[in-house]
Design a protein around this ligand. Structure first.
Ligand code: NAD
Length: 247
């Protein structure tokens, strides 16, 4: 497996209208990739694609919808000639302990954060095979590496993404398709709006990360990380490094 150069990337990214996805779209476009931004926020997504120029297009894609996935893959292949990369970034955060989550709320988070990624890989893999191989980055979280109180559904979904990524990496290695999980800690985006600095105060790097910092890692994972598959890439200011004991 060799790395794909950024100018040769033909990528679909989900949840690209804002936050980490928008920063990734920007960074990828700047690096010469051809990018299909998808989201359910049509106005923001379209405006961003227009701003980023001719190599970037927008299409509505609700990641929980299998037929919308198929249509997006078909359109990307047609527009770009091929599809060789997928950044599964869309996700939702929902608060609630195991006792507080409603069944509907729990299922919704699993549906978007985990089933959405399954549907995306399922739709994109035939196209990636036709391209002769490719790369998939699936967004998990530090919540896919450890537990957090009051976030039962989110933690379950993100551990699921981590596991699904490993299964997919094994399944798809014969097709020269790498599959990586991405584990951000607290990043300053609309998702974390309103969270206080207390959330990050005990981290070795005690600040929120910037979406652009994650975007640069995403470009690396899609291109030069040519010897990595099934692995976890953490970008969290050291949040899951451990704990300083009061000795
Ligand atoms: P965000 O809320 O700013 O952006 C998420 C995007 O996903 C939005 O544009 C939203 O419209 C889109 N989206 C939501 N549901 C969708 C659906 N059903 N179909 C298609 N698009 C949908 O969030 P963000 O902070 O940029 O997060 C991006 C990813 O990173 C998420 O998977 C999130 O769980 C993960 N993450 C974020 C942080 C953080 O601190 N911000 C930390 C760890 C992991």
């Amino acid at each position: 497996m060799t790395g794909i150069q950024s100018k040769d990337l033909r990528v679909i990214l989900t949840g690209g209208a804002r936050g980490i996805g928008a920063a990734a779209a920007q960074t990828l476009a700047k690096a010469g990739a051809r990018v299909m931004i998808t989201d359910i926020l049509d106005e923001e997504g379209r405006a961003l694609a227009d701003e980023l120029g001719a190599n970037v297009l927008y299409r509505r894609l609700d990641v929980t919808n299998a037929s919308e996935w198929q249509a997006a893959v078909d359109e990307a292949e047609k527009a770009f000639g091929q599809l060789n990369a997928l950044f599964n970034n869309a996700g939702i955060l929902s608060l609630g302990s195991v006792a507080d989550c409603t069944p509907e709320g729990f299922r919704r988070v699993i549906d978007v954060n985990l089933t959405g990624i399954f549907l995306g890989m399922r739709a994109a893999v035939p196209a990636l095979r036709r391209a002769g191989g490719g790369v998939i980055v699936n967004t998990s979280s530090t919540a896919g590496l450890q537990g957090y109180g009051g976030l039962a559904a989110y933690v379950a979904s993100k551990w699921g993404v981590r596991g699904l990524t490993k299964a997919a990496a094994l399944d798809l290695a014969p097709d020269a398709i790498r599959v990586i999980s991405l584990h951000p800690g607290p990043i300053r985006t609309p998702m974390t709006e309103g969270m206080s600095d207390e959330v990050v105060a005990s981290q070795p790097i005690p600040r929120f990360g910037e979406p652009e910092e994650v975007a640069r890692m995403v470009v690396f994972l899609l291109t030069d990380a040519s010897f990595s598959t099934g692995s976890e890439f953490v970008i969290d200011g050291g949040a899951v490094t451990g704990q300083v004991l009061p000795l």
